[in-house]
Design a protein around this ligand. Structure first.
Ligand code: GLN
Length: 507
């Protein structure tokens, strides 16, 4: 079988690019061809920036042939969630209200990727303003899961996860406010990491809930995750919440092994409500960790049951404030006929926002309103502190905590759209991490009934290296996973005739 460039991780492509076995333009063209083959079925992208990407790939080839290889991302095709501002390229947040918004500046993460020589392929689909868990809340169209086109890719970074899983990008960035990197990564069989709050600049990320939002990598394997995180992490004077710290070489943690490593499994995450298939994979991973020399014990995070209500007060409260700026004056959509300025605000917002965004604005505005502030918002802040305290206590005894990423595998399109609470419950295992501001990674742990299952490792603040290390050990044992669509007959047919030699790539 011909070596399929669209299925290789960035670190392997990097080695081939540096040795000039392949060119950056050739690699980009392979990815664009894959987009042509599968995108009408997957619909991972809102915008594909072919021309800009070709220019960047040509520039990468020039750098590579001069031997100027400052970064492992030179010439690597990367996709960006459509809530990351890109200068001159439409940034919609999958909302009608921003359907025509072209930012005059780049998000800091985007600028860093450009500086690293990455090739930016396009902007990926998402739940509107990142509110959702299935990418069905996109105002434009839903994205489908490359493992099963009848199922959702997860969300809200569903386009980014699906693009990586389908071979439509080598790696991607997503954002995670309550699980939006980890849950879609789990549903699509790829790796996703939510960094410590403040580890990655949020400058140029369209705000949903500012005290929870973080940008992070979605990749084919753990090594790629380490490389992409290193490229985007670090202090940024343009984001006052970004932390001053020395960005480590995250890849240097990978080979450290697990001897004496202590893993806690919070019982609140392993019990009721978790699908048997997911639990089975979790148990298998626990067994593997023990074989590799780790000590695994049950532990407790007693305030876990309050994470969901706490999140659904704080996140909507912050959203109601952040989304006040979409008034038809400064950005995007404006209603056609309005009687006066107040009527213009009202019509613009009624027509421009989708139902889930409106629900959040109403919930948040209510929680912040005079007379209810203390009972709801202030109370939620206190509970948030208790949740953080649970983690602090657990990390006195354990290097990392292990939990499922989501209670189920990818669900069917339409399965949860009628019931917001069912949709919210999809993030029951990921929300508390954002409330605590700590990092977590989702790594594929196995399959259940042919669908990928992610397991989540949660770590101390700024211990991303430790998370990558333990995730790498799991990946070594269980391998990486290739979605069936990434080797579908159509894709295979298009590749036929390119030669028969080469290795098969999968786990
Ligand atoms: N599903 C959660 C929500 O809708 C989390 C979304 C996110 O992380 N952006 O709020």
């Amino acid at each position: 079988m011909e070596l399929d460039l669209c299925l290789l991780p960035a670190h392997r492509l990097h080695a081939m690019l540096v040795k000039r076995e392949i060119g950056a333009v050739e690699l980009l063209q392979a990815v664009l061809r894959r987009i042509d083959e599968v995108e009408d079925r997957v619909r991972a992208y809102i915008t594909v920036t072919r021309e800009e990407a070709l220019q960047q790939a040509r520039e990468a080839d020039r750098m590579l042939s001069r031997g100027e290889v400052a970064s492992p991302l030179v010439g690597i095709p990367v996709a960006l969630k459509d809530n990351l501002c890109t200068i001159g390229v439409r940034t919609t947040c999958a909302s009608k209200i921003l359907y025509n918004f072209v930012p005059p500046y780049d998000a800091t993460v985007v600028r860093r990727l450009r500086d690293a020589g990455a090739v930016l392929v396009g902007k990926t689909n998402m739940d509107e303003f990142a509110m959702g868990s299935s990418t069905e809340n996109s105002a434009f169209f839903p994205t489908r899961n490359p493992w099963d086109l009848g199922r959702v890719p997860g969300g809200s970074s569903g386009g980014s996860a699906a693009a990586v899983a389908a071979g439509e990008a080598v790696m991607a960035l997503g954002s995670d406010t309550g699980g939006s990197i980890r849950q879609p990564a789990a549903f699509c069989g790829v790796v996703g990491l939510k960094p410590t709050y403040g580890a990655v600049s949020r400058y140029g990320l369209v705000a949903f809930a500012s005290s929870l939002d973080q940008i992070g990598p979605i990749t084919r394997d753990v090594e790629d995750c380490a490389l992409l995180l290193r490229a985007i992490a670090g202090h940024d004077p343009l984001d006052t919440t970004s932390a001053r710290f020395e960005v480590p070489d995250y890849a240097s943690f990978l080979e450290e092994g697990l001897r004496g490593f202590r893993v806690g499994v919070p019982r609140e995450y392993a019990g009721e409500g978790i699908d048997p298939g997911v639990r089975g994979v979790l148990m298998r991973v626990i067994g593997l960790l023990e074989q590799m020399g780790a000590v695994v014990e049950e532990t407790t995070l007693p305030h876990t049951p309050y994470a969901l209500p706490c999140y659904y007060l704080i996140a909507p409260a912050e959203a109601s404030s952040n989304l006040a700026r979409y008034d038809g004056v400064r950005y995007g959509y404006r209603t056609r006929d309005a009687e006066d300025v107040v009527d213009m605000f009202m019509k613009t917002r009624s027509e421009g926002f989708g139902p889930e965004v409106k629900r959040r604005i109403m919930l948040g505005t209510y929680a912040l309103s005079a007379g209810y502030y203390d009972a709801y918002y202030l109370k939620a802040l206190k509970v948030r502190t208790l949740i953080k305290g649970d983690f602090d206590r657990a990390f006195k005894d354990y290097d990392v905590l292990l939990a499922p990423t989501s209670p189920t595998c990818a669900f069917r399109l339409g399965e949860k759209t009628a019931d917001p609470l069912q949709m919210y419950l999809s993030d029951i295992c990921t929300l508390a991490v954002n409330l605590a501001g700590i990092p977590a990674i989702s790594v594929p742990g196995g399959l259940a009934e042919g669908l990928p299952v992610g397991v989540q490792f949660i770590g101390r603040p700024f211990a991303e290296g430790t998370l990558l290390r333990v995730a790498y050990c799991v990946e070594r044992r269980v391998g990486t996973f290739v979605a069936p669509l990434a080797r579908s007959p159509a894709a295979a047919a298009a590749r036929a005739g390119e030669g028969a030699a080469g290795r098969g790539e999968d786990g």
